[in-house]
Design a binder for this molecule. Sequence first.
Ligand SMILES: Cc1ncc(COP(=O)(O)O)c(C=O)c1O
Length: 428
Amino acid sequence: MEKRYELDRYAAVYAMRTGSMVSSEVRDLLSVTERPDIISLAGGLPYTQIMNGEMISTLFAKVMREECAEALQYGPTDGLARLKKEIAGIMAAEGLEVHPEDVVITHGSQQGLELLSKIFINPGDVILTESPSYVGALNSFVSYQPRMEGVPLDGQGLDTDLLGKRLRALAVSGERPKFLYVVPNFHNPAGVTMSMERRKALLQLVREHELLLIEDNPYGLLRFEGESLPPLKSFEPESVVYLGTLSKILSAGMRLGWFVAPAPITEKLLLAKQSADLCTSSLTQRLAHAYFATQDWRGVIEKLVQIYRRRRNTMLEALEEFFPEGTSWTHPEGGFFVWAKLPEYVNTKDMLAAAIDQKVAYVPGMAFFPDRSGANHMRLNFSYPSEEQIWEGVRRLSLVIKRELKLARSLGLADRQGPPTDAERTEE
Ligand SMILES: Cc1ncc(COP(=O)(O)O)c(C=O)c1O
């Protein structure tokens, strides 16, 4: 039957906040990039093929045999006590000693971000993020209608000098930002890690301005080189809400994450969680507990690190080999992403159609900037594609970029600020 598209007859009854809700460009893209002929450097998927299906199904059978009724039942809002204990062990591996009782298990760290938005943001409130920042966090924040301000990143992480200036200016105008959201390790999308010096400078500002920090650390255990740096929460526990996840070390499909927050914030977050979902899945929490309690999870992380390190190396080598002059990229010490910068006049969102035509996909940079700037950046994922796909994908992408640069040169745009207009593009 033919599908008819109508004007939305409910348009008049939606809450105002739906007007600011946006779909993640990453998610929209994933639908195109599922086509088998396209090499996707766009998504941010963990390589779950590493997990042993036989082992998981044995654990699952054991859970169902021994505690089927409980696994099919509601559970406590703050999570399964024995999984919290395992999570405290994971956090110890990250360099953070916490009491299991202080851990609250969520449906992914994304739920933690949503609950934080819900308890902190009134329309018009100032919140601070890194610029660029994780698009899932930005989308969650934006739906509560804050005034979002981005503080730039460089190779050392958040620019704390600029943050200091901004905080002082806000203080002068009598505005208190509700929080600052940071991803200190192997940033998504920028691939950079906040240096020790910057961590200390940030914490100094946190103390001076009584700033609440949200520290999101999904990739911390996926370090390929260099020394681990202590989590921000380990310095200043009462000023930091820490978010963690099992998505990158066990399964994104189980939807298990957690937060550790100062006690009064935990209380509010728990109320928000109760009304959001009553409790996190009793089933997947039991399965995850069975995994961490009986399996060599550190060994699995080590294997993941080896695979991701090889893929990262392949991506960096391919970029060196193929990407043209005038482009640059980050050298991530861990995590999932390389962040590439093209000349100012290139708009990577406009260029995407040409890339998909060449059967390669990436995420345009604009989505990651609170002010939608950064159009000349792109995020490249190396955790999911094979080394062969990464090499070929970067090669294809380089052809698209070279063509774009040639076009810009022929139009005389290369010496000018800003991307080509649509009219200039169609003149080609
Ligand atoms: C920085 C960051 N925070 C949070 C998340 C959400 O992860 P989860 O699967 O735990 O909801 C992601 C996922 O990619 C991420 O990159």
